[in-house]
Design a binder for this molecule. Structure first.
Ligand code: HEC
Length: 103
């Protein structure tokens, strides 16, 4: 019993260890370009990771964006259910982060 108490005491002291002052986790906001479908895309694409993931791709073709969106849906189960919603997101991406190429 004493041993158990000792272990518990030991564990709790390390759990509540020793940081003086607050810890601030940096919050980096990636602004989205204003455009048709922005709110829908924001809701659908920023729930698992930041917009930075998307911005990092640079300007891309429509095909590229469509494939990315499909990858998110098929591989990671992004909840984008209808063809209309897929088109809204792909069009927003292409209109605002497109390179002008369809293919
Ligand atoms: C259900 C969660 C989820 C949603 C919703 C989601 N993603 Fe992702 N996304 C991921 C995961 C998981 C990764 C891979 C992270 C890693 O490899 O570190 C990822 C990675 C990415 C990448 C990096 C390149 C790559 O191919 O892995 C891009 C670009 C991207 N997502 C764009 C989008 C866009 C655009 C949307 C909206 C259509 C979206 N994501 C919605 C989960 C999601």
């Amino acid at each position: 019993m004493k041993k158990l108490l000792f272990i518990l005491l030991f564990m709790s002291t390390t759990l509540f260890a020793q940081v003086k002052g607050g810890i601030t986790v940096p919050y980096i906001d990636f602004p989205m370009k204003e455009g048709k479908g922005m709110y829908s895309t924001r809701g659908k694409c920023n729930m698992c990771h930041s917009w930075g993931y998307t911005l990092n791709q640079g300007l891309q073709s429509k095909k590229f964006w469509r494939e990315k969106v499909m990858k998110m849906i098929v591989v990671f189960k992004a909840p984008i259910k209808t063809q209309k919603d897929i088109d809204t997101v792909v069009n927003y991406l292409f209109e605002n982060y497109g390179n002008g190429e369809l293919e």
